[in-house]
Design a protein around this ligand. Structure first.
Ligand code: PMP
Length: 305
């Protein structure tokens, strides 16, 4: 689906018309993937649009940039305000927000530190990444043959542009095989994550998700779900998970900013079934939190100002 165009994009400190937010073909990041980015959502609430955990997303982007030797030429406060400015300039009540920090036009070659660091923040309306039907009834997942890259190959904790070639291979493989989303294993065969989501399993009333050291991005939705479990009194822990754990789960779901909380109803043709009670409870609580109706987590819904 083409990106729905809105008016303005914030680009290196200015709000520019959507069509003018362009880069040169010799931009370093275009050749080598030398950029880091975030995926953030803004939700309409009773008190106006609120960006979900914006501060935490911008902190992760700082960490991602650091892992690839990039100094962001704006403070977190400036990027915070710039995000609000983009939402206001485009009059968006709810939207997806994509900040990107990347090595720009200057030098070619693999030593990047002499290339400029450019920053852009775009926002546009984007519905459920894996579909409304998926949120309601669950999706079909397949373990991809391509494994997730570990920290010996790249800075796994970073959300970096080039790293997504790994996810792209997994996504194409399982889509061509007729499934909705991939589950990737790490180099030990342990469960890592989806192509753009973290993965959770439920067995005997207990929620589990792989450790960050098992080749996963430290998802902000993942963290939110662990906190929801704490608040709801649902036992939850980080654990190394095997492929077999996937097949015998009572419930399973993906978490991610774009995807939100998406039940998995089948993995590799092993049925898991319609979304179960724990998945449903977490979905409901998540919705209340992002839409600013939850007192305990009120600080996560950052009102646009
Ligand atoms: N893993 C990968 C590979 C992702 O791209 C994402 C989406 N950012 C996630 C997990 C989930 O992270 P978050 O909940 O912060 O969106």
């Amino acid at each position: 689906m083409p990106i729905p165009e809105v008016d303005k994009i914030w680009f290196n400190g200015e709000l520019v018309p959507w069509q003018e937010a362009k880069v040169h073909v010799l931009t370093h990041a275009l050749h080598y993937g030398s950029g880091v980015f975030e995926g953030i959502r803004c939700y309409p609430t009773d008190r106006g649009p609120a960006v979900f955990r914006l501060t935490d997303h911008l902190s992760r982007m700082e960490r991602s940039a650091k892992l690839y030797y990039m100094e962001i030429p704006y403070t977190p406060e400036q990027l915070h305000q710039a995000t609000f400015d983009v939402i206001k300039a485009n009059d968006l009540p709810g939207c997806y927000i994509r900040p990107i920090v990347f090595r720009g036009y200057g030098e070619m070659g693999l030593y990047p530190l002499n290339s400029p660091v450019d920053v852009a923040i775009a926002a546009w309306p984007w519905g459920a990444y894996l579909g409304e039907e998926g949120i309601a009834h669950g999706i079909r997942a397949k373990v991809a043959s391509i494994q997730s890259l570990d920290d010996t190959c790249l800075a796994r904790a970073a959300k970096a542009c080039g790293q997504y070639l790994n996810s792209i291979l997994a996504k194409v493989e399982v889509t061509k095989a007729g499934y909705d989303e991939a589950i990737m294993l790490d180099d030990h065969g342990h469960v890592a994550e989806g192509s753009g989501e973290n993965v959770f399993l439920v067995r005997d009333g207990k929620v589990t998700t792989p450790f960050p050291s098992d080749g996963v991005l430290e998802g902000i939705t993942r963290d939110t779900v662990l906190r929801i479990c704490g608040s709801e009194g649902i036992p939850a822990e980080e654990r190394t998970l095997s492929r077999s754990d996937l097949y015998v789960a009572d419930e399973a779901f993906f978490t991610g900013t774009a995807a939100e909380i998406v039940p998995i109803r089948e993995i590799d043709d092993h049925p898991i079934g319609e979304p179960g009670p724990i998945t449903r409870r977490i979905q409901e609580r998540y919705r209340d939190i992002v839409e600013g109706r939850d007192e305990e987590f009120a600080a996560f819904a950052e009102l646009v100002s």
